[in-house]
Write a protein that binds this ligand. Structure first.
Ligand SMILES: C[S@@+](CC[C@H](N)C(=O)[O-])C[C@H]1O[C@@H](n2cnc3c(N)ncnc32)[C@H](O)[C@@H]1O
Length: 418
């Protein structure tokens, strides 16, 4: 049985498979990948590696790739459908748990040549895996739909109906006119776990906003009024404009979602992709209904950052860092923990007497760009002299790590310290 222990094995395998496919058939492929595409795939793969075992332990799974592509690039590197499928069947939980649940991979691709190539590449991947002795379960299936996303997705949503599955949608178009936000919201409204990673093309929008007809399309797409669009146009620079566009996107999604799901939470976070002039190209926007999704996605995004913040820039791209491995910024998580402690002390604690450890962890995960580590509490105690007490007010040095219930009765006394 073929399972994979280290990241390097997976990357090497994928490269070898890609080369093998290019050698074997004159597949119609476009150019090689740009560096930022590696970052995009890195985020997707890091997240799916976490998502599969967490959600797959309780539910069947459906992965939808709305703009699937041909599965292979001119340099032999492989596209998102292959990455998603391959990581699933080679996951070290596949031989036991994951092969027993129903897992469907649904790939939508409008271009006939690309859809045909994707079919060929997937068959080739299956052959290569079989040769290596990997048994793919009949519970694991994929389908390729040679359709336009906007003409197929409603059917898919309708067929899923109220099945108890966890959904992950990767929506990766070239522009912003091939889908409608109501579709994205329909996917999120699904009763069980559902989440989306959306490539939101702010670069295109930035570029074309000065043209009246484009501006009108953008206004309609995001449901903006004249004042709001003016505010975006007045942004100081492309990066700020991009931020405002993402915020408008989120507000639109949030408000529409909340109208029919007033009691459900929805979280978002975004990762900025900058081009070789260091201007924004697009934002990878993650939408989820569970804080755990936010936490795991944030970890995945940090694995692809090559500059400060949740960002990747082609401008700072280091050729030595490709393929998708080890271009992480910052190199040490302690740097982020220091920043998180400072943020808690100055912002999250502001005006509060005390805050429970549970609440603090949730706030760090969902309201800051930082990841929660227990080390943050230690920094607060050691460097900020903040006191941490149990429910009886006794000072404690040992805060619980895993016990979620116990975290509710540990408190950070906000007004103590430096
Ligand atoms: C950015 S590429 C996808 C790359 C792929 N997700 C990956 O990461 O390897 C976008 C793809 O969407 C396809 N496409 C364009 N318009 C479409 C539509 N309306 N519906 C579905 N696919 C479409 C294009 O042919 C192209 O292959």
């Amino acid at each position: 049985m073929n399972t994979y222990k280290s990241k390097r094995d997976i990357i090497k395998e994928l490269q070898d498979i890609g080369k093998d496919i290019l050698d074997n058939k004159n597949v119609k492929v476009k150019m090689g990948q740009l560096p930022h595409t590696f970052a995009k795939h890195k985020i997707l793969s890091e997240y799916l590696k976490r998502w599969y075992p967490i959600l797959g332990s309780q539910h069947d799974l459906i992965y939808i790739d709305g703009f699937a592509g041909s599965g292979i690039y001119g340099d032999g590197s492989l596209g998102s459908p292959i990455i998603a499928y391959y990581l699933f069947v080679t996951h070290n939980k596949y031989p036991n748990k994951l092969s027993k649940i129903n897992a469907e991979f649904l790939f939508i691709e409008a271009n006939k040549d690309s859809a045909d190539t994707l079919k060929f590449v997937l068959a080739k991947v299956d052959d290569l895996l079989k040769k290596k002795g990997l048994k793919i379960s009949s519970n694991t299936t994929y389908k390729i739909y040679n359709y336009k996303f906007e003409n197929k997705i409603n059917d898919i949503i309708h067929n899923i109906n109220n099945r108890e599955v966890a959904l992950f949608g990767f929506i990766d178009p070239y522009g912003y006119t091939q889908y409608d936000l109501t579709t994205i919201i329909e996917l999120l409204k699904y009763n069980y776990s559902s989440e989306i990673l959306l490539n939101f093309m702010t670069g295109f929008m930035n570029r074309f906003m000065n043209d009246e007809s484009h501006l009108d399309t953008i206004k309609k797409f995001l449901g903006l009024n004249q004042e709001e669009i003016k505010d975006i146009l007045n942004a100081k620079n492309p990066e700020e404009k991009s931020k405002k566009l993402v915020k408008a996107l989120y507000i639109k999604i949030y408000n529409t979602f909340k109208q029919s799901n007033p009691n459900k939470d929805i979280y978002y976070q975004n990762f900025t992709i900058l081009g070789n002039n260091n201007n924004p190209l697009y934002e990878l926007v993650h939408l989820t209904k569970h804080w755990k999704g936010v936490e795991e996605m944030k970890k995945s995004m940090y694995e692809a950052s090559n500059v400060a913040g949740l960002k990747f820039s082609d401008y700072y791209y280091d050729p030595e860092a490709i393929p998708i491995t080890n271009f992480i910024y910052p190199k040490k998580s302690e740097e982020l923990d220091e920043k998180a402690a400072n943020y808690i002390y100055k912002i999250l604690c502001k005006g509060k007497e005390r805050v429970s450890q549970k609440q603090l962890e949730l706030d760090v995960i969902t309201k800051t760009p930082y990841i929660w580590h227990q080390n943050i509490l230690e920094i607060l105690q050691k460097e900020y002299n903040v006191k941490i007490v149990d429910e009886k007010g006794r000072e404690t040095k040992k805060a619980p790590r895993k016990n979620e219930k116990a975290k509710e009765s540990i408190f950070i006394l906000c007004q103590t310290g430096k």
